[in-house]
Write a protein that binds this ligand. Sequence first.
Ligand code: DAT
Ligand code: MG
Length: 172
Amino acid sequence: MSVFIIFVAYMLQEQEVHAAEMERTFIAIKPDGVQRGLISEIISRFERKGFKLVAIKLVVPSKEFAQKHYDDLKERPFFNGLCEFLSSGPVLAMVWEGEGVIKYGRKLIGATDPQKSEPGTIRGDLAVVVGRNIIHGSDGPETAKHEINLWFKPQELVNYTSNAEKWVYGNN
Ligand code: DAT
Ligand code: MG
């Protein structure tokens, strides 16, 4: 009996912990986006939506690092060129937090090929070809976790309460 109570208490505690954890995604402005002066334009779209920035840094990834990042594409014919490109200059690496941020972040970004991205999306408005589509965003919860861990140390992720949170979130 007492074991059962301890188990229930543990489950409730777990639930609380998970309820407090907000979803996070990895977003990166690739070298073309940085060089074209699109950093503030792209950040402002995530910021104005109501998502919260929890990590940011400008880095030039090595080719080996780019290969790790795009590991799932290693069999594709464009893999080498893609990794050369990602490591060719500064990349703005970020982590954004918010309810549904992984899926909605992909919506803000638009389809992989800018010829097919809707107007109003980042790639639809600001890019023309798939090889220079200016931004990366994690495509699911597992990828998000993996990419955040690959690009950032835990201490680089900032936990804070945004002043806007009580206006961005709420049920009536
Ligand atoms: P996404 O970046 O939308 O997640 P992805 O993971 O399929 O798309 O591919 C990663 C990147 O690889 C993509 O942003 C641009 C490049 N890429 C994808 N398909 C390509 C293709 N057919 N030719 C050239 N580059 C391509
Ligand atoms: Mg992808």
